[in-house]
Design a protein. Sequence first.
Length: 81
Amino acid sequence: MKTTILYLIINAILWGGDRAILQANIARYVMTVTVTAYSPSVDETDSTPYITASNKRVRDGICAISRDIEKELDLQFGDTI
């Protein structure tokens, strides 16, 4: 899926593709999900509130996704979403 979207965008840029066609095709790959924010409160964490489940330090740009979305989109750890 990610490859298809990238291909469509590159095609549109290189060949002056029709914007409406590009948007229509990208829209097929858009999905609505619920996003929640991380909170390092004492009630919600262990003794390492700023360490993620993947053992990385919490910072801007890191997000977590549920396993069902990971499976549905065929995502791997470290993928950009």
